[in-house]
Design a protein around this ligand. Structure first.
Ligand SMILES: C[S@@+](CC[C@H](N)C(=O)[O-])C[C@H]1O[C@@H](n2cnc3c(N)ncnc32)[C@H](O)[C@@H]1O
Length: 202
C-alpha cells in the first residue's frame, strides 16, 4: 500500500501548498538569502515543485532542481525548474556540487531517511545549507499525521526535531530548529571544518 504519488500529481499541484504554515515562509526567505548568486538548489522529494515555486517567488534566479522518483509528480513541475527522477537515498549528483537542499514534507516518506541525509551531506558543499519542513510525530498535529500515514501504509519515518538535530550534527552540520504545535522547520549548515570521518564518501 502507501500513497500512489505517481498518480496524484494533479492533487499536489493544486493543494500541496496548503501544508506549509505561513510562519515557514520568512524562515525560507532568510535561508535563501544566504545562498550565493546562481546557487544550485535541490528540492528533494520535491514532487510537483510546490516548495520550488515558493522559493522562486522569494528568491528568483537560483538554479532549482526538483528531485523525486515519481514521474507523475515531476510532470507538474513549474517551467524553468530542472527535474531529476531519482531517489533521495542514491542521488546521481557529484560530491560537493550543491549549494542548498530543501526537503518539504517529504523526509518521512523516504524509505531510508538516514541514508538520504548522508547523501545530502555528501552532495552539499562546505558552507552549503539544508532546509527541512516536517511534522513532529509526538506533538500536536504531528501525532495525527503520523498515525494517518501509518494507516495508509506509508513509511512514516518521522523524526522528532531533537533526533534529527542530533543526526545532522553527527554528519557535520550546525543546526537550528523552529517548532510550533507539532510542525517544525529545521535549517542546517555544513561546517566548513567538519571532521573528515563525518563526510560520507561517494
Ligand atoms: C507529500 S509529497 C511532498 C512533495 C513536495 N515536497 C511538496 O511540498 O508538495 C512527498 C514526496 O516524496 C517523494 N518520495 C517518496 N519517497 C522518496 C524517496 N525515496 N526519494 C525521494 N523522494 C521520495 C514522493 O514521490 C512525493 O513526491
Amino acid at each position: 500500500m502507501g500513497i500512489p504519488f505517481d498518480r496524484l500529481g494533479w492533487l499536489f499541484a493544486r493543494w500541496g501548498h496548503r501544508t506549509y504554515p505561513e510562519w515557514a515562509e520568512p524562515i525560507l526567505r532568510d535561508w535563501l538569502a544566504e545562498r550565493p548568486e546562481g546557487a544550485r538548489i535541490v528540492d528533494l522529494g520535491g514532487g510537483t515543485g510546490v516548495l520550488t515555486r515558493m522559493a522562486r517567488r522569494l528568491r528568483p534566479g537560483l538554479d532549482y532542481w526538483i528531485v523525486d522518483p515519481a514521474g507523475g509528480m515531476l510532470r507538474h513541475a513549474p517551467a524553468g525548474a530542472r527535474t531529476l527522477a531519482a531517489r533521495a537515498e542514491a542521488l546521481p549528483l557529484e560530491d560537493a556540487s550543491v549549494d542548498g537542499v530543501m526537503i518539504g514534507e517529504a523526509l518521512h516518506h523516504f524509505s531510508d531517511p538516514q541514508a538520504a541525509l548522508a547523501e545530502v551531506a555528501r552532495v552539499l558543499r562546505p558552507g552549503g545549507g539544508l532546509w527541512v519542513y516536517d511534522f513532529d510525530p509526538g506533538r500536536g498535529v504531528g501525532r495525527w499525521v503520523y498515525w494517518g500515514e501509518r494507516l495508509v501504509g506509508e513509511p512514516a519515518n518521522f523524526f522528532a526535531p531533537e533526533a534529527l538535530e542530533a543526526l545532522l550534527e553527527e554528519l557535520g552540520f550546525s543546526v537550528r530548529t523552529h517548532a510550533r504545535k507539532g510542525r517544525y522547520v529545521l535549517t542546517a549548515t555544513v561546517l566548513a571544518e567538519r571532521p573528515r570521518e563525518a563526510v560520507p564518501q561517494g
